[in-house]
Design a protein around this ligand. Structure first.
Ligand SMILES: Nc1ncnc2c1ncn2[C@@H]1O[C@H](COP(=O)(O)OP(=O)(O)OP(=O)(O)O)[C@@H](O)[C@H]1O
Ligand SMILES: [Mg+2]
Length: 454
C-alpha cells in the first residue's frame, strides 16, 4: 500500500481528493495545517506528498524544502490555484515532482500519482541495489577478525570519503588491491569505474603514453590520439599498483600531476585538468628505493601522505582459519562439490606455516586442495605444504622418504629462488634487467617472484 499525505486547507477540496484517491490502492493521511506536515511525514512513512502551495502556518515551498532534506527521493506534487505559476516554478526548482492545477481533473491526478509512485519505487530499488553492490565490493568482502586487520580496515574506511592520496603497502598477496577497490567503493566516486594500472607491467618506454596519453603523430606509430589512464579515471579513482616502478624519468611529471591534477599528453601542448583520486600500492620499501635513488624523495612524500600498512598473514594468525574456511566454501560452491572440512592436523599446519605469498597463496592452496580431495575431509597431504612449500622455506625438508623426482623438484625450486633473489639484489630490484640476466621472460620472472614471495 502506498502512503500519501495530502496537505490542503480547504476541507471540501481535501475530501474530494481523498475520494479520488480511494479508487486506487492508496492509504491517505491528511492535514489542513502547514505546521503539521513534517510531523506526519516523519511519523507515517509517507511515500508521496500532495501539497497545496498556500497553507496556513507554513507555505508549500518551505515545506517542500524540508521534506527534500529528510528524503530527497519522495515525490511531491504541488496543487496550484490559477495564477500562482511563479511559485510553481520555484517549487520545480526545488525538485518537486510535478504540479497540478485547480480544478483538479481526477484522471490526471490518478495518473500523476501512479506514475510518481512507480518511479519512486524504481529509484529506491536502484539505491538499494547500489548499496548492496558497494557492500559486495566494499569492506564486507574483506575477511578477517584479527585486531591487526580491523585497525587497517577502520583507517581505510575513514579515508575513503575524501580525496586524500592513499599509499597501501604490504607484502605480496596481502590484499592491497582488494583494499584499494574497497576504498573506491566506499567513496563518493564509487559509481565511476575504478581504473587500475600496474606500473611494473608496463615497459618504461611505453609508460608515459599509457598514463598520460598521446596526440596523433607524437611518435612513429601514433596514428591517432590516445587517451591515457589519468583521463579515463576522471571523476573516479586511479589505482597505481607497484608505484615504486614508475620510471625515474617520469616521476617529476607524475609528481606535478599529483599536486595539480594537470598534465600534457605526449606530443601535445595543451594542459588538461582532471579530477582524479589516486590510490597507490607497493610491496617494496619505498624509503629504501628513495635511498637507492630509484624513487624521488619529493614524490615519496607526496605519495605517502596517508599510508596504510597491511599486515602479513603470519602476523594475524587469527585470520588464517577464517580465510581458509571462507575459501573452502567459495571453491566447493564454485566447483559444485559437497561441503568439506579440514582435518585438525591440516588446520595446525595452515596456522603454523609462514605464508610468504600471504592470502593469495592460501587461496591457491585451498583451491588446489578442493579440486584434489575426493572425500569430504582435507588431509595434510591434500594441501601439499609439507612436501614442497614448507621445504622451500626451511630448505632442509628433503628426506629419505622422498622419491628422487620430488627431491629434485624441491632442489630446483630452492636453487631458482636463491638465484633470482641474488640477481634481483644485484640489479637493485630492477626486474627487466634481472629477467635479461636470468634469461627468462619478464612474465615468468614476475610469476616466480610472486610464487616465492620475494
Ligand atoms: N581480507 C581478504 N579477504 C578475502 N580475500 C582476500 C583478502 N585479502 C586478499 N584476498 C584475496 O587474496 C588475493 C590477493 O589479494 P590482492 O591481489 O589484493 O593482493 P596484493 O597485495 O595486491 O598482492 P600483490 O602484491 O601480489 O599484487 C586476491 O584473490 C584477493 O581476493
Ligand atoms: Mg596487487
Amino acid at each position: 500500500m502506498i502512503n500519501i499525505l495530502v496537505a490542503e486547507d480547504k476541507e471540501s477540496f481535501r475530501e474530494y481528493i481523498k475520494e479520488v484517491l480511494k479508487t486506487g490502492d492508496f492509504n491517505v493521511f491528511d492535514t489542513e495545517n502547514g505546521k503539521e506536515v513534517m510531523g506526519l511525514f516523519e511519523s507515517k512513512d509517507i511515500d508521496l506528498v500532495l501539497l497545496d502551495l498556500r497553507l496556513p502556518g507554513k507555505d508549500g515551498i518551505a515545506i517542500s524544502r524540508e521534506i527534500k532534506k529528510v528524503d530527497s527521493t519522495v515525490p511531491i506534487i504541488i496543487i496550484t490555484a490559477y495564477g500562482t505559476v511563479d511559485n510553481a516554478v520555484a517549487a520545480m526548482k526545488l525538485g518537486v515532482y510535478d504540479f497540478i492545477e485547480k480544478p483538479v481533473d481526477p484522471d490526471r491526478l490518478l495518473h500523476l500519482v501512479n506514475r510518481a509512485s512507480r518511479e519512486q519505487q524504481l529509484l529506491r530499488e536502484n539505491i538499494i541495489l547500489k548499496e548492496e553492490l558497494s557492500k559486495r565490493y566494499g569492506f564486507s568482502r574483506i575477511i578477517g577478525k584479527s585486531k591487526e586487520l580491523k585497525e587497517v580496515a577502520i583507517l581505510a574506511q575513514k579515508v575513503a570519503r575524501g580525496d586524500t592520496t592513499v599509499l597501501i603497502t604490504g607484502e605480496s598477496g596481502t590484499g592491497k588491491e582488494v583494499f584499494a577497490r574497497a576504498i573506491h567503493s566506499m567513496s563518493p566516486r564509487k559509481d565511476n569505474p575504478f581504473i587500475a594500472i600496474n606500473c611494473a607491467a608496463i615497459p618504461s618506454e611505453l609508460f608515459e603514453n599509457e598514463l598520460f596519453g598521446s596526440e596523433k603523430g607524437a611518435f612513429t606509430g601514433a596514428v591517432k590520439r590516445k587517451i591515457g589512464m589519468v583521463e579515463l579515471a576522471d571523476n573516479s579513482t586511479l589505482f597505481l599498483d607497484e608505484v615504486g616502478n614508475i620510471p625515474l624519468a617520469l616521476q617529476s611529471k607524475f609528481l606535478r600531476f599529483l599536486q595539480e591534477k594537470t598534465f600534457v599528453r605526449l606530443g601535445g601542448e595543451e594542459t588538461h585538468k582532471v579530477d582524479v583520486r589516486v590510490i597507490a600500492a607497493t610491496n617494496k620499501e619505498l624509503q629504501r628505493e628513495v635511498k637507492n635513488r630509484h624513487f624521488r624523495e619529493d614524490l615519496y612524500y607526496r605519495v605517502s601522505v596517508f599510508p596504510i600498512k597491511l599486515p602479513p598473514l603470519r602476523k594475524r594468525k587469527d585470520d588464517i582459519l577464517l580465510l581458509a574456511e571462507h575459501f573452502i566454501n567459495k571453491f566447493t560452491a564454485e566447483l559444485r562439490k559437497r561441503k568439506m572440512r579440514f582435518e585438525p592436523k591440516t588446520k595446525k599446519i595452515l596456522q603454523n606455516y609462514r605464508w610468504p605469498g600471504n592470502i593469495r597463496e592460501l587461496q591457491n592452496i585451498i583451491e588446489r586442495a578442493v579440486i584434489l580431495t575426493e572425500g569430504d575431509t582435507i588431509h595434510p597431504e591434500d594441501i601439499g605444504i609439507k612436501e614442497s612449500l614448507e621445504g622451500i622455506e626451511s630448505e632442509i625438508e628433503i628426506t629419505d622418504k622422498m622419491s628422487l623426482k620430488e627431491a629434485s623438484r624441491i632442489g630446483k625450486r630452492i636453487a631458482e629462488k636463491k638465484l633470482i633473489s641474488s640477481i634481483l639484489l644485484r640489479t637493485g630490484g630492477n626486474k627487466s634487467k634481472a629477467a635479461k640476466i636470468l634469461g627468462m621472460s619478464y612474465k615468468t620472472l614476475l610469476e616466480r617472484i610472486k610464487e616465492f614471495g620475494l
